[in-house]
Design a protein around this ligand. Structure first.
Ligand code: HEM
Length: 406
């Protein structure tokens, strides 16, 4: 085997258009790979599961963004100090217990009807022309409207946060961070923290039935979140909820447009197939391209030697299309068993706290699309944006005929 055989070319923009053949070849022939920046990468389901459920690796802290050029005093650096994704062990468990208590008070199933209603309303925007740019007009708006309902905050507050956050806020955590991305991220995080800080003061004085108030009041064993922890957490939840979910919804629409027979199956019985259809797009087109961890101590695993603190990537497209878990894994098939979960929401200590909400949104979005639209087709083949943290199509331009049923 030459070293070239195992290189995963993240620098190459064309790799992002279809990373799966290269990931699959390296996974099946060599087990693990190396990114072109020299980082070890896990590609098999069994290895990823072992890594995430075991205790030999943990999340990276500030070093993750130091490698991306951020320094103490930068807004994003200070934000990450308290970010739930950067904590491990007892610090992480404490914050996770507080936030999961606040989040589980909100019922996801109770929101389904509203999500479906929002989805149909958004789709109507394209009916006159029979055309819709489904990424910006549908996939991005639906998670925004849903999170407003879910968090219970005012639409105007949510719109301000979303506008300050902007698209691509996750790219500061991606594989190729330029000075431009750093400057934009620092500006964005400084304004957002200030804005949420103001909201926090308001809710302390006038508590409401919303998530921010629930987080302020969240208490476990006499423990509460500090002012900074709370503001960061709220932005974690808000930021984590929109871009990722929008990415998977856009991918779902794209796949249904490319597979009319699968769209017809879903249209024939949306209640029966919406769960497996959503689960299939979640597997087939993961929201994040990778999850990063580091070795807790020096050891050997998966045929590799790790030094203490050494970073490792799980490139999610590898395990999510591993033939040891799914038959013919490169085929998009909405009839697969929805109980066989993929790695898109991770697993173990940092398993996504919003997965139930995200799953409900993706299910209702895909069901509403086929209920509302017949003869869905792409008016042009969109491309995937390269070097991003959250996998994104640049657009999803659709033509369809509106069904007369709604
Ligand atoms: C399709 C949409 C989504 C995807 C693909 C996704 C993916 C993930 C992944 C991979 C992680 C683990 C990261 C790690 O290993 O550190 C995570 C954590 C998290 N997610 Fe999500 N997520 C989605 C939607 C949401 C939503 C809707 C919310 C909030 C309502 C949310 C809130 C969180 C939070 C708070 C964590 C931190 C958990 C922890 O570190 O203990 N996510 N998500």
């Amino acid at each position: 085997m030459s070293e070239q055989d195992v290189i995963i070319p993240l620098e190459d923009p064309t790799w992002w258009q279809d990373p799966y053949p290269i990931l699959g070849r390296i996974r099946d022939a060599h087990r693990t790979g190396l990114t072109d920046a020299g980082q070890k990468a896990i590609l098999r389901w069994e290895d990823a599961e072992d890594l995430l459920k075991g205790d030999a690796f943990e999340n990276e802290g500030l070093e993750y963004i130091e490698r991306r050029g951020f320094r103490p005093g930068d807004a994003l650096y200070e934000w990450r100090r308290h970010s739930i994704g950067a904590l491990n062990g007892a610090d992480h468990a404490r914050i996770r217990a507080l936030v999961s208590r606040a989040l589980t008070h909100r019922s996801v199933d109770g929101l389904r009807e509203r999500i479906r209603g929002h989805a149909h309303n958004l789709l109507r925007a394209g009916d006159d022309q029979g055309e819709l740019e489904a990424r910006t007009q549908f996939a991005t708006r639906l998670p925004f409207l849903t999170i407003v309902d879910f968090l219970g905050i005012e639409m105007s507050e949510a719109a301000t946060i979303a506008q300050k956050m902007g698209a691509g806020s996750a790219d500061a955590f991606g594989p190729k961070v330029t000075q431009e991305i750093r400057d934009k991220a620092n500006d964005m995080f400084a304004t957002i923290m200030e804005f949420v800080g103001g909201l926090y003061e308001q809710r302390r004085e006038e508590p409401r039935d919303d998530l921010l108030t629930a987080l302020i009041q969240a208490e476990e064993g006499g423990d509460r979140l500090s002012h900074d922890e709370l503001i960061v957490l709220f932005t974690n939840i808000f930021g984590g909820a929109i871009e990722t979910t929008a990415s998977v919804i856009a991918s779902g629409i794209y796949e249904l447009a490319r597979h009319p027979e699968q769209a017809a199956l879903l249209r024939g019985d949306p209640e029966r197939f919406k769960k497996s259809a959503a689960e299939e797009v979640i597997r087939h087109r993961p929201g994040f391209y990778a999850a990063g961890k580091k070795a807790r101590h020096s050891h050997s695993a998966y045929g590799l030697d790790f030094k203490e603190g050494e970073p490792i990537s799980i490139l999610i497209g590898g395990p999510n299309r591993d033939p040891s878990r799914w038959n013919d894994p490169n085929r998009f098939d909405i009839t697969r068993d929805a109980r066989i979960w993929s790695l898109t929401f991770s697993m173990g200590e940092h398993f996504c706290l919003g997965q139930a909400l995200a799953r409900a949104e993706i299910q209702e979005a895909m069901a509403a699309l086929v209920e509302h639209c017949d003869e869905i087709e792409l008016t042009e083949e969109p491309s995937w944006l390269p070097h991003v943290m959250v996998n994104r199509l640049e657009s999803v331009p659709l033509r369809y005929s509106a069904r007369s049923t709604d």
